[in-house]
Write a protein that binds this ligand. Structure first.
Ligand code: PAF
Length: 293
């Protein structure tokens, strides 16, 4: 692994690799790496000659200052983890000034894709993601770029970005990696207290049960059941919820997997399939997850 802090230097290394006929895979991350990120990096290393991994907490995609301040930063540990992956890996760890030497003026729009779920909850978030991802595309000029399915809406936004900017990059969607108890791995999990971490798998378990209910219940009933099951968890299980610990579900939406538009009946998803996407606050941490129906 080679680590770079200067964009001009990593660009030169990538240009040399491409001149030698090598293919490039890009794995954009905000650091605080876990097994989910490592699965993306390993896959990219299997499918490309060189992998560019970026570690950059992108300030312009945070609409909440506290969330940005609390976002875990563990660069030394991250670089050690990357070191353990086999392959030619360039890690990019730029400063904010290096990434954004000028104030950012670009704004991206994604129409109906950003009018649902994360969009209204996090104004400006997806435009901020698009700005940094496009910059990373320009730096790494990858053949393929790897994103996790946990951020399901982000994946649709990135696919749309590729269409807007017409870059010939293959977007590779990678499955969620879960802890043994089912909790979707996330850099934010490390901020959960032990009691919160212990009940956090309830999110995935509830979604799994929702998938079973979908066999015989209407879309609205499943949505209502998921929201109320999580919102009332602390009342039903007070012993597992000390000091006012509780789930505060922000949204649970069942959408067409391609258009991300909410469906009213299961048939509305057609061949695209239906996906349930959830955001839940627990212990001051915002967790997201998905279930495929
Ligand atoms: O998914 C993330 O971690 C971020 O949104 C990304 C794609 C690295 C852009 O900052």
């Amino acid at each position: 692994m080679q680590a770079f802090t200067k964009i001009s230097e990593i660009k030169a290394a990538v240009a040399k690799a491409k001149a030698d006929g090598k293919t490039i895979g890009l794995v954009p991350t905000m650091g605080a790496l876990h097994e989910g990120h490592l699965s993306l990096i390993r896959r990219a290393a299997q499918e490309n000659d060189v992998v560019v991994v970026s570690l950059f907490v992108n300030p312009i995609q945070f609409n909440n200052k506290e969330d940005l301040a609390k976002y875990p930063r563990t660069v030394d540990a991250d670089l050690k983890l990357i070191e353990g992956v086999e392959g030619t890996i360039f890690a990019l760890v730029p400063s904010i000034e290096e990434m954004y030497p000028e104030p950012v003026k670009d704004v991206y729009h994604f129409g109906p894709l950003e009018e649902v779920m994360e969009g209204p909850q996090r104004p400006g978030h997806f435009s901020g993601v698009a700005v940094v991802v496009r910059r990373l595309f320009d730096i790494a000029t990858p053949d393929r770029a790897y994103f996790g399915e946990k951020d399901f809406q982000q994946l649709a936004i990135i696919r749309n970005l590729i269409e807007q900017i017409k870059y010939p990059i293959q977007i590779v969607a990678c499955p969620i990696v879960r802890a043994d108890d089912g909790l979707a791995l996330s850099s934010r999990n490390m901020r959960l207290s032990p009691a919160a971490r212990a009940i956090a798998p309830t999110i995935h378990n509830t979604l799994e049960q929702a998938a079973e209910m979908a066999e015989y219940e209407d879309v609205d009933d499943v949505k209502e059941w998921v929201m109320s099951t999580l919102a009332s968890f602390h009342e039903v299980n007070p012993d597992q919820c000390p000091d006012g610990l509780k789930f505060e579900p922000e949204y649970f939406e069942i959408v067409n997997a391609r258009t991300l538009q909410p469906i009213e009946n299961w048939e509305d998803a057609g061949n695209d399939g239906a996906v349930g996407c959830i955001a839940v606050w627990l212990d001051g941490v915002r967790l997201i997850d998905i279930v495929k129906f």
